[in-house]
Design a protein around this ligand. Structure first.
Ligand SMILES: Cc1ncc(COP(=O)(O)O)c(C=O)c1O
Length: 389
């Protein structure tokens, strides 16, 4: 597969040398029927694993009845998902998009329109954190606080500024009259599985509320049960104005969205925002199954429990090349002293799929339905690799 034939594909991804052809539960299989334990979930997407019967049935049924009709019509499946999302999040309204980046673009537009309507043209700056990741489209990319993603693509849209992670003085120094919102990940995913401090976040949110600066939580990677709570910010005891979601919500189909509270519910009006595929009935049918399966107190408790089990195993390793184990629930990072890509490559050779986050962090995002026995099997592979490196 990796020969001249694949030359037609734009050279943006460093593909791993394996041809995966099918999956079942938390396992995937290659074209020689070799089996791999999946600690990646398609980067936090396949939360129900592969070939989940309820998800496949719902998606197939929707595909065979009404696959797509466009947003000039409302359909029952999309409405059902929107109701479900606003109910479980206690938010007032939702807009459905197709990806995380697009969800964040929408959130930025909503924040700026709110500020424009109330304060006029000069209050439009979006603060974000260094080491954050918010997507690849130009505004989301500008909000992303990592220079390595910014190379070559200038000029960038105006109206963005950056705050040091967990540094309240850095936040205060950026708090001018021109700031309309801040966007945060409760646990920075691409940035190396870095959780935000509770004290930092609560002070930021308090000051934002006092100054009518909107708080946006980007829950694209850490939301929808990944950390053992519905949203990552639920661990921090704060309430945002806007929440962005994607990845795990679809369980394998592209979907994203942003939710807002009552204060913002009438800011966007017809013509202000839109997308052809957003709220596509097939993606919504899959997302409804995901919410039903993941967002129950029993499943969330199990995720917490399984995450603690994996984290405990890793913490007990006590190896010089392991600097720190971070994360919550089934979103775990292993910071090492060596190149994480090397560990990823060795894991693949031994039948385990893992992700990296930056140069030195191995990122683990197993399907949320994974059983402890499979967690243990995956851990054993990692242990063997880490002990021999
Ligand atoms: C926190 C966060 N926000 C936004 C995005 C962008 O999502 P997408 O790739 O669906 O555009 C990602 C993707 O990794 C993410 O982790």
């Amino acid at each position: 597969m990796f020969n001249e034939e694949s030359n037609c594909i734009m050279n943006t991804y460093a593909y791993l040398p394996v041809n995966l052809v099918y999956g079942d539960g938390c396992y995937v299989f290659d074209d020689s029927n070799n089996k791999y334990i999946d600690f990646t979930s398609g980067i936090g997407v396949n939360c129900l694993g592969y070939n989940n019967k309820k998800w496949v049935d719902a998606v197939s049924k929707q595909a065979s009845t009404l696959a797509h009709i466009s947003n000039i019509f409302l359909n029952e499946t999309t409405l059902k998902l929107c109701k479900n999302l606003t109910n479980i999040s206690n938010m007032s309204k939702v807009f459905l998009s197709n990806s995380g980046a697009e969800a964040n673009e929408g959130a930025i537009k909503l924040a700026r329109k709110y500020s424009f309507d109330k304060y006029g043209i000069n209050r439009n700056v979006i603060l974000s954190l260094k080491q954050s990741f918010h997507g690849r489209t130009l505004a989301a990319l500008t909000a992303t606080g990592q220079d390595k993603f910014h190379n070559y693509f200038f000029p960038f849209p105006e109206g963005f500024d950056y705050v040091e992670v967990n540094n309240i003085n850095s936040f205060k120094s950026k708090l001018g009259n021109n700031v309309c919102a801040i966007i945060l990940e409760a646990i920075q995913g691409e940035g190396g599985i870095t959780p935000l401090d509770t004290s930092f976040v609560s002070e930021v949110v308090k000051m934002c509320n006092e100054n009518d600066i909107l708080v946006i939580f980007d829950e694209v990677q850490c939301g929808i049960g990944r950390t053992g709570k519905l949203f990552g910010f639920n661990h921090l005891d704060v309430t945002p104005d806007i929440i962005t979601i994607a990845k795990g919500l679809g369980g394998g189909l592209p979907i994203g969205g942003f939710l807002c509270n009552e204060k913002l519910s009438n800011v966007l009006t017809p013509g202000d925002h839109g997308t052809t595929y957003g709220g596509n009935p097939i993606a919504c049918a899959g997302a409804l199954v995901v919410l039903n399966e993941v967002c129950t107190s029993t499943t969330l408790k199990e995720i917490t429990n399984k995450g603690a089990f994996l984290k405990g195993l890793l913490e007990n390793l006590n190896l010089p090349i392991v600097k720190e184990i971070r994360g919550t629930g089934l979103m775990i990072g292993i910071e090492t002293t060596i190149d994480a890509a090397l560990i990823q490559k060795k894991a693949l050779e031994k039948g385990l799929l893992v992700l990296t986050a930056g140069k030195n962090v191995v990122r683990l995002l197993p399907p949320l339905i994974i059983e402890k026995v499979d967690i243990l099997a995956g851990f054993k592979i990692l242990e063997e690799i880490l002990k021999t490196l």
